[in-house]
Every structure is written in structure tokens, then in C-alpha cells.
Design a protein around this ligand. Sequence first.
Ligand SMILES: Cc1ncc(COP(=O)(O)O)c(C=O)c1O
Length: 396
Amino acid sequence: MNGVFDFDAVLDRRGTGAWKWEFCDKVLGDPDIIPMWVADMDFAVPPAVAAAVAERAAHPAYGYHYVPPSFWEAIVLWLKKRWKWDVEREWLLRSPGVVTALNLCLKAFTQPGDGVIVQTPVYYPFFAAVEENKRTLLRNSLRFEGGRWGMDFEDLERKAGQRARVLVLCSPHNPVGRVWRRDELERLADICLAHDLLVISDEIHGDLVLPGREHVPFASLSEAAAARTVTLIAPSKTFNLAGLSTSAIVASNPGLRDRLRREHHAAGLTLPNIFGATATEAAYRGGGEWLDALLAYLAANQDFAARFFAERLPEIAFLKSEGTYLALLDARALGFDQKSLNEFFLRRAKVYFSDGSLFGDELLGFERLNFACPRPLLARALERVEGAVRTLGRDR
Ligand SMILES: Cc1ncc(COP(=O)(O)O)c(C=O)c1O
């Protein structure tokens, strides 16, 4: 137990339409597979959120929803308290999801053919957003040196010179788990200013910062940074609300905001979801204590996994994250090509990870592990992986 919240309790999500679990059963064809892929958590939402949604659901009319001023105020207060970021109500727009918002931003701020820089390996819907909108994808590969991922600023300068209009920042970064430091972001901001780049800053993981780190909102660095930045935030990763399709956009620059608002209208995306709006407000108002307990639990889960690999499975390197609940497994020493590696974990260990190479070629031979689950489940998954690796010597 973490205080009053029991994150150890195994929550059976089978049969609830949970994509993370249904996929193993219905698509991969084996209900015994432990899912450690898509970024949602096997934890119940904060009690305040469950209560607010249940209360609203109990009234049986689900017509168009009015978003009250208290909704906006809850977001402003949250960002001030947790991110130390002063945001004004007028700077905020709603969006069903962060990926939706990213697509709208690209349409609003760029033309077909314009260069859009992404820092790979990265959350792969970034690639689709750029390419399906017929913009030009410019990959600024992160560097992995001394067991740590960092930005390649020289390469970024070169890419910025190639008709680039926008940088899509992922902060904290999925999947490498970096919580970018202020000095790194300042150097990035200098380059964006020098090359007149707009920044779409996906900060969906901004609350999921493990002890000892601090999330610095990119737009909070300076007036100049804020003027060229649109920040995408959401309660969905933080509080496990991804199924409620709710997120927000922060833009202090009125010109950028207007262009974005027009794009929203053009796409017909103006109406809120009752449960998303209700849950967002309840989470930001009443979820702080739960989140603190969650972060402590996630950090302990990560330590548990890191120790497990170090002591029992040194063939696989577990790369600890500073933020998010996603970590990388460097399984290159097992000697498989990517497809065989995926199959090995899936069919031999019966654990389904995210294929590292989907995030970029930098992660060939890697898998991404989601450790946001009760520790007994995490332990079972790791023991299965250990058992599978032990069979390898015998087969080869
Ligand atoms: C960096 C990042 N952005 C966006 C999303 C998805 O956001 P949404 O479900 O709001 O579209 C995720 C989900 O894992 C993510 O990791």
C-alpha cells in the first residue's frame, strides 16, 4: 500500500474493452500474454475521478456539455502548482487528444512540403502526423552516449537549415525517458530562435517525472520561447484517462491561437466529451495526492525491474527512465534480428512489449517496457522473460 492507495492490487481489466489487454487475446491470439506495450496503466484512476464520473453517469441524460469556468481554472491552478508555470485562461484550447492536436498544429502552422523536425527515436505517431499531412520529416537523431540519451545540437542546426518550419519536441521524452534539463532546453530554444522555428511541445508526460527530476515547460523558459511555442498537455497519461479523449493546448501567442482555433473549427472539433471534461477537472482538483503516491510506486517499480535485470538477466540491459513509466530494454546481446526478438518475447516469454524499432532505427534490438502495473504482475512478467532467456543456451 502507498498510503491510502493500493497500487499493488491487481486490477483485472480483461473483458472491459481495454485495448492493452484485448489486443493480446483478440489479435495476438493468446489471453495468457502479459501486455507491457501501449502507454496506459493497469491502475484504477484516483478515487476523486471515479466518483465524479460515476456521479455524472448516474444522471441519464448525456446531451451536449457546457464546459464551466471551473474547468479552465482547474488546469491553470494545476500548471501553476505542479509545473510552476503561470498560464492564463485565454491561452487554453481543448482538444480530444494530443495526437489530434499535433495534426491540427501541423495543418495550422505549416504548408505541404515544409520541413518538420522530430527527435528520434520518438513516439511513432509523430512520423504519421508529419507524413500523412505531406510535410517533410527531418530526423534529428538523439545520441546514446555513456548509457544516457542526449540531444545532438550540431545535427539539429543542420536540419533547421533545411526548410524546417517546426520542431516537434517530446518532453519528457517517450521512449528514451529523458526529462530534459533547463540547460538542454535553453540551448534548444536558442537554435529555434536563430532559425525561426515554431515549437510544438508535446508535454503529455510532464506530470510523470520520477523523484529527483523536474519538468521544465519549454514555453516557460522565456517570453521569446513562449511566443513561438504551442504546448500540448493532457491528464490522460497522468491519471489513466486515455479512453476519455481529453487534452488541452496552451498558446500564449494570440496569432498562433487564432490559426489553431480556425483549424479546430474547420475540422468540426468544437464539442467536448462530458466524461472527459468531468474527469479532467476532478483529476486536476483532487488527484495531487494520488499522483504523488503513484510516482513513488512507479519509481519503486522501476528500481525493482532494474535490479532484476542487473542481478538475474545481465544479458539484457534495462535503461532507466527519468520520467514517463516507459523504459527501454537493450536486448542486442541476445543476437536476434528485430522480428525474431519480438517473436521471442511474445511467444516464448508470453510478454508483449513495444517493438523498439517502431520509434526509429536507433532502437533496433530494443524493446520498450511499460512498468505502470502492480508489482506482482511486473514480477511475473520479468520471471517469464528470465525463463525464456534461460532456454536459449539449450536451443542454440
Ligand atoms: C508523447 C506522446 N504523445 C501523445 C500520446 C497520445 O496522446 P493522445 O492519446 O491524447 O492522442 C502519447 C501516448 O502514449 C505519447 O506518449
